[in-house]
Design a binder for this molecule. Structure first.
Ligand code: ZN
Length: 225
């Protein structure tokens, strides 16, 4: 991608949601503090932000906010930065010799845009073709959730999910499509509540037109339950 010279400005890069790499950019000292040390430090920072904005933190409604936000950042919405929380890679042998593609669709995605720290809400559709190894269905949801719980760029999230499944399943034949709304676009800036962003990553056989077409047909298939 060619970036226009006026995008050299970091504000412009963030506003246009241009990501830099497929790995989450982490500092070398990312895990030197314990979770509770991180919560204490962030708590003081959130208090500072709110007070700078002019809010009175003696008010009963606001009093617990710094601690609540700090805990939410470390344990919940950014909990996927911690490699210890990565879902374990338990796989099974494919006893049924099922050689067709398996699609897990409409997996709920809750993530956070790393440029504005506002929510990304959407759905992920994942597919793989087994080479003899299969993974529990809920494992795919957990992998999505783990990578979503980070400050994210949707393109990176899509790639990280595919790479992890390729690793776990020991095959290149993995694909992921994500359709999501970014609250930084929907609720501020351009304020477009209708638009959503679609990203996709097709590995191995999914690069072939016919296989990709089959996957996209399954995603569109509307089953009545
Ligand atoms: Zn954003």
């Amino acid at each position: 991608m060619k970036i226009k010279s006026d995008f050299n400005d970091v504000d412009a890069l963030g506003d246009d949601h241009i990501g830099s790499s497929s790995d989450t950019p982490l500092r070398a000292d990312a895990f030197e503090l314990t979770s509770s040390e991180k919560i204490d430090s962030i708590k003081a920072d959130v208090k500072h932000i709110l007070e700078t904005l002019g809010l009175d933190l003696n008010d009963d409604s606001l009093k617990g906010t710094p601690n609540r936000v700090a805990k939410m950042f470390v344990n919940e919405i950014f909990g996927g930065l911690d490699p210890a929380k990565k879902p374990s890679a338990s796989t099974f042998d494919n006893k049924y010799k099922y050689g067709e593609m398996l699609v897990e669709k409409n997996i709920t995605v809750y993530s956070t845009c790393e440029h504005h720290l506002l929510p990304i809400v959407g759905r992920a559709h994942i597919a793989y073709i087994s080479n003899g190894t299969v993974v529990g269905l809920s494992k795919m949801n957990r992998i999505v959730d783990y990578f979503a719980k980070r400050p994210q760029v949707q393109e990176r999230l899509t790639i990280q999910i595919v790479k992890e499944l390729q690793n776990v399943l020991n095959t290149e034949d993995v694909a992921c499509v994500i359709d999501a709304k970014h609250l930084c676009v929907n609720s501020r800036g351009i304020r477009d509540i209708e638009s959503s962003t679609v990203t996709s990553e097709f590995g191995g056989k999914f690069k072939e037109t016919e296989t990709r077409r089959e996957l996209l047909d399954y995603i569109q298939l509307d089953t009545q339950f």
